[in-house]
Design a binder for this molecule. Structure first.
Ligand SMILES: Nc1ncnc2c1ncn2[C@@H]1O[C@H](COP(=O)(O)OP(=O)(O)OP(=O)(O)O)[C@@H](O)[C@H]1O
Ligand SMILES: [Mg+2]
Length: 252
């Protein structure tokens, strides 16, 4: 897609993608710890976490009111809000932003729900292109065993029950996940995703990830004094260094 242009902000954006249970959150949490210990300013943003859509999503899910298109639009709203508040300001301020799932999650899930691929891609045209997008590739049996072990219940939308592909939630989940895998696989070349072997042990994957990320850290500002570092370590929406972000915004 040509629409997602390279951003020219001083910060860096690293994102992780893959099916449920592929190990994304594990790896990005370890990457975050490492970057902080190296003195970088790190922000974190998670899929579907914007307070703006929380109520609507939970209401719609509870009452099973969400069609694939409304579901898609809700996620795009969430993403737009987070792009504006949580992603662009720190990038402008020269920080590192890590995102657990990004636009490719929408592209994979919405297409798996039968939404038109081109339509979804156009919906997200405003997105910032990541510096690097990691795709955690894992055989379905492994990801399923990682997440289904010990779980008694799958949620309605999580299992793709809205698609009516199977009456048993576990079977429906597997079929839905397979569709998502197919979408991810076809996006590797389309978007230049960096494929990670997600079957490897956690430390080995992390070692590879850091090696791949390191070259992109060249020129990114690091904090020196321990006092400064303390202020920056615990960065949430509330502790965002507003002055710095505003300054970045004004320079644009
Ligand atoms: N390389 C690995 N080998 C074995 N188990 C792993 C590995 N990576 C993660 N796990 C385990 O698999 C489970 C799922 O991992 P994690 O939560 O990181 O996946 P995820 O991709 O973020 O899933 P979701 O999309 O559901 O949030 C966890 O219990 C985690 O400890
Ligand atoms: Mg996760």
């Amino acid at each position: 897609m040509e629409t997602y242009g390279q951003h020219h902000y001083p910060g860096r954006l690293f994102i992780v993608e893959g099916v449920d249970g592929s190990g994304k959150s594990t790896q990005i949490a370890l990457l975050r710890q490492w970057l902080i210990s190296e003195g970088y300013t790190v922000f974190f943003s998670e899929w579907n976490s914007s307070p703006l859509v929380k109520k609507t999503t939970s209401k719609g899910k509870k009452k099973q009111l969400l069609t694939p298109t409304t579901f898609s639009l809700i996620h795009a709203t969430d993403f737009a809000d987070r792009t504006e508040h949580d992603i662009i300001p720190p990038l402008k301020a020269g920080a590192i932003v890590l995102a657990d799932r990004y636009i490719y999650t929408a592209f994979a899930r919405d297409a798996a729900r039968g939404v038109d691929r081109r339509w979804v891609r156009e919906l997200y045209q405003f997105a910032v292109k990541p510096t690097m997008a990691f795709y955690f590739r894992v055989p379905l049996e492994i990801s399923l065993s990682r997440i289904l072990t010990g779980r008694t219940e799958l949620k309605y939308y999580e299992a793709g029950m809205d698609l009516g592909i199977h009456s048993d939630p576990r079977e429906s989940f597997k079929l839905f996940q397979q569709r998502i895998v197919n979408e991810y696989e076809s996006m590797i070349d389309e978007f230049g995703l960096t494929v990670m072997d997600a079957t490897l042990p956690i430390p080995e994957q992390q070692r590879r990830m850091r090696k791949l990320v390191r070259p992109y850290l060249k020129g990114v500002r690091r904090l020196r004094s321990p006092e400064q570092k303390r202020t920056w370590v615990d960065l949430t929406r509330e502790t965002l260094p507003v002055e710095m972000a505003r300054k970045g915004a004004m320079e644009q």
